[in-house]
Design a protein around this ligand. Structure first.
Ligand SMILES: C[S@@+](CC[C@H](N)C(=O)[O-])C[C@H]1O[C@@H](n2cnc3c(N)ncnc32)[C@H](O)[C@@H]1O
Length: 246
């Protein structure tokens, strides 16, 4: 179920608590948003000069994002810490490299005392500015937070490394500038939840987390404030899953 509202209004909707919160939070990169995106240039080629997107933001909700409100939401909407081991909930935040420090510090204020850093390794770099003068980034970053007990962990007896491959998603319709690949989200969901568990994405964008969760047989809830992203998510990304429109 995708809700066209601020996640801060979650109480209105009576959604169940989550075993896993996955959130790809706005990166606050402001006017250089397309500096890591070929769209900075006309047809993605610097020989053609800058496009209308050069020096622009991805979306105007970027600068209003409040990390404390986000962490408050997560601490309230994760299921309670269970007595047994192997069942605890967790949250995964995709974020910009430097946001990690603020998140780690502030998460403790909300009882999310422990973290594991995650690196998602691409076999390409989306960066376009000064690429022949410096090392270019090919990784996305994330943090896995949990309260005290280690989270549920479906590893099938194998080690899982904190550096994971970024599997390109050529299947899901592209409707959002920072859309995450559904195969990667499915992998994360399968590791940290069981079928029937609840997954929540408070910053759902194109609805990829909800799609991945539904494909894995999990219950999925998400919030997205921007009407256009919400509409495209419903019409293009979630059209084949049973999404209730609010
Ligand atoms: C980085 S994008 C998420 C992209 C998403 N992971 C995907 O694969 O499409 C963050 C999204 O959060 C939304 N957003 C920002 N603040 C929000 C809030 N308070 N409540 C709900 N959505 C919010 C933005 O409009 C934006 O679409």
């Amino acid at each position: 179920m995708l809700i066209n509202d601020h996640f801060q209004n979650y109480k209105t909707y009576g959604i169940p608590k989550a075993q896993l919160v996955i959130a790809d939070i706005p990166y606050n990169i402001g006017k250089n948003a397309y500096g890591s995106n070929p769209n900075w240039y006309v047809d993605g080629d610097n020989a053609n000069g800058e496009s209308a997107l050069a020096g622009k933001e991805f979306f105007d909700t970027d600068k209003d994002f409040r990390i404390s409100e986000f962490l408050h939401f997560c601490s309230k909407m994760l299921v309670k810490e269970p007595k047994e081991t192997g069942k605890a909930p967790c949250m995964i935040v995709f974020c910009e490299f430097e946001q990690q420090f603020e998140l780690i510090t502030k998460a403790k204020e909300y009882g999310l005392n422990n973290y594991i850093n995650l690196v998602f390794r691409k076999n390409f770099s989306a960066q376009v500015l000064k690429t022949n003068m410096r090392i270019v980034g090919n990784c996305e970053y994330g943090l896995l937070f949990y309260r005290d007990k280690l989270p549920k962990f479906n590893n099938d007896g194998r080690m899982i490394f904190n550096c994971m491959d970024w599997v390109k998603d050529s299947h899901t319709p592209k409707v959002h500038p920072t859309q995450k690949p559904v195969p990667l989200l499915r992998r994360l969901i399968e590791i940290f939840t069981d079928p029937g568990d609840v997954v929540i994405d408070p910053c759902a964008g194109s609805g990829t987390t909800l799609l991945a969760a539904k494909q894995c047989g999990r219950k999925a809830y998400g919030f997205e404030i921007k009407k256009n992203f919400y509409k495209e998510a419903q019409e293009k990304v979630l059209k084949n899953v049973q999404a209730i429109i609010i």
